[in-house]
Ligand binder design. Sequence first.
Ligand code: AZA
Length: 302
Amino acid sequence: MSTLAAARYGKDNVRVYKVHRDEKAGTQTVVEMTVCVLLEGDIQTSYTRADNSVVVATDSIKNTIYITAKQQSVTTPEVFGSILGTHFVEKYSHIHAAHVNIITHRWVRMNINGKPHPHSFIKDSPETRNVQVDVVEGKGIDINSSINGLTVLKSTGSQFHGFLRDEFTTLKETWDRILSTDVTANWQWRRFNSVAEVKSHTAKFDAAWEAARNITLKTFAEDNSASVQATMYKMGELILDAAPLVETVEYALPNNHYFEIDLSWHKGTKNTGKDAEVYAPQSNPNGLIKCTVGRAAQKAKL
Ligand code: AZA
């Protein structure tokens, strides 16, 4: 005997572009997103008895994403995701949860001759702003916002010493090293009761994203880092201070290593320690450091 233990389905990788034309100012603004919507509810029989009567076709889900993008603002993604997810739960009595993931791609307005161009944009990095919105009937709306793929490097101002040494240790202590990482940072909002409540906080979502990004960059640059662990914790603390509705901040930082190269074999060339200039960037293996920073009395989840 078997049973359907869990099920959700929907449309993934729905690519959506929306332009906003400000006729008065003569400027246009664009948003490009990749959207995933997965539904849960009384859909078991579609798996166990080939009963398609309970299936909102994934094609209809895709159409709903387009229509909602036409009818509603897609900024902020937190509000758009809440409207979209709530639609499915309210429209179909047998759908009890909608899980919406939105990846917003980076299109930054070009500066031409020192002036912001009215309708031209550059993708200056693979960085994305993502949201995961979970709308659960009778419970509310959970929103997790994130920065992904923000790659940073500092050529000094990072140390790593005093770590545990035993018979497995070969790593040398360092008081001056290169530090580079691809930032994944996400922050979990306290639960919202309704779309109206999410909408009432619209401005806070952009503000939190901007604060999280600025804090990440400023702390990375300015902290004389004792370790990835110590620096990321400072970032998390500062984001919690900046965004009172945020309950937890989570970072996942790979340590993208740059190894010194001993070039003494070539005419005694000095290229280690204070003479190091040419390094070998490493693809793998890499350190991976994670943490969740919560308000006092909250437990970390890893
Ligand atoms: N944290 C660091 O910042 N650097 C490291 C580690 C670590 O845990 N391990 N090796 N190098």
